[in-house]
Design a protein around this ligand. Structure first.
Ligand SMILES: [Zn+2]
Length: 318
């Protein structure tokens, strides 16, 4: 069985408690590289922690990392929560990682993605006391997101995921479905959603394509900017970027593994209202219900899993 590694630096002066995580998905290693670079800088005394503490977890999912795959036994970033009856390896990760998150106030979670595209940050919802994801620190979270160094912010994840699960439930009503089909809206809860549920702030930074040689640099700058922004280290106040904003509002599942796109869409491709996106295996055309952008198109999705998301423009990050 693999073991888990966290490296913590604590200052004498009180301050914010920051957690930085990499390789929640085992084939997303830009965060791992950037975190190890920062740990080495602190160890060599090239950086000094002024106040608070920072905890680095270079590899959240060591089984998936060893396999060089997204998942070990399953996706760590779905229905993340501690369990009394761990079965899959990710249950053991959750039982270690969730209490660690709860001891911190701020989580920066570093990822990369499959299709080509520019880095972006996933932000939590606006302040609300609703049932799905109540938050009170949205303004502070957005202010932090704007210093990471990326040009685009995306929100609406958990709402859209829950909406997709509801569609799925009605499509499969009364029928037996395999365990690969997620019918629980809590399946949308990953690291950042869990962190917010403990009262903390959290951002997922998507640093670039998995193989992009710039992605570790994007991750490294984001960590440094976060440490500076919250006063944990000395340094120039990072530049505030006005970001283009997108809100996810719709997710479309594959119904059959052979459902097919009309072209190799990449994230943030524009679509017009009614534009043809793909065809079902049955031949039925799938059109964009409203104008906006395609996000996370996944031509390799299985039947009953997310095929693509749609998002609309928002002004939240200007
Ligand atoms: Zn990821």
């Amino acid at each position: 069985m693999h073991s888990f590694q966290a490296t913590q630096f604590s200052a004498v002066e009180p301050g914010r408690r920051l957690l930085v995580t990499g390789a929640v998905h085992g084939n997303e290693v830009c965060g791992t590289q950037a975190i190890r670079r920062l740990i080495a800088e602190f160890e060599r005394d090239e950086r000094r922690l002024l106040r608070g503490c920072v905890t680095f977890v270079p590899i959240c999912n060591p089984l998936a990392y060893q396999k060089q795959q997204r998942n070990g036994d399953r996706n760590l970033n779905r229905r993340l929560r501690p369990t009394n009856e761990p079965k899959e390896f990710e249950d053991h990760v959750a039982n270690w990682l969730c209490p660690l998150m709860a001891r911190h106030e701020i989580l920066l979670d570093l990822h990369s993605f499959q299709a080509n595209g520019k880095p972006f940050v996933m932000v939590g919802p606006e302040n609300n006391d609703g049932p799905l994801q109540p938050v009170r620190q949205a303004d502070e979270e957005v202010a932090w997101a704007k210093v990471l160094g990326v040009q685009r912010g995306v929100d609406g994840w958990l709402d859209t995921y829950a909406g997709g699960v509801a569609q799925r439930r009605s499509r499969f009503a009364g029928r037996e479905v395999g365990s690969s089909v997620d019918l629980d809206e809590q399946y949308g809860v990953g690291s950042t959603e869990y962190m917010r549920s403990t009262g903390g702030m959290a951002l997922t930074l998507e640093c670039g394509q998995h193989q992009d040689t710039e992605a570790p640099e994007v991750a490294y700058q984001a960590i440094v900017n976060t440490l500076t922004h919250f006063g944990l280290i000395d340094g120039a106040v990072p530049a505030v970027h006005s970001m283009a904003g997108l809100r996810l509002h719709h997710v479309e599942d594959k119904h059959h593994v052979d459902d097919d796109f009309v072209k190799p869409w990449v994230s943030f491709d524009r679509v017009a209202e009614g534009e043809l996106i793909g065809h079902r295996a049955s031949g039925e055309a799938v059109h964009a219900p409203v104008a906006g952008c395609i996000v996370f198109p996944n031509s390799k999705a299985q039947a009953g899993q997310e095929w693509f998301y749609l998002a609309r423009d928002i002004e939240r990050f200007r």
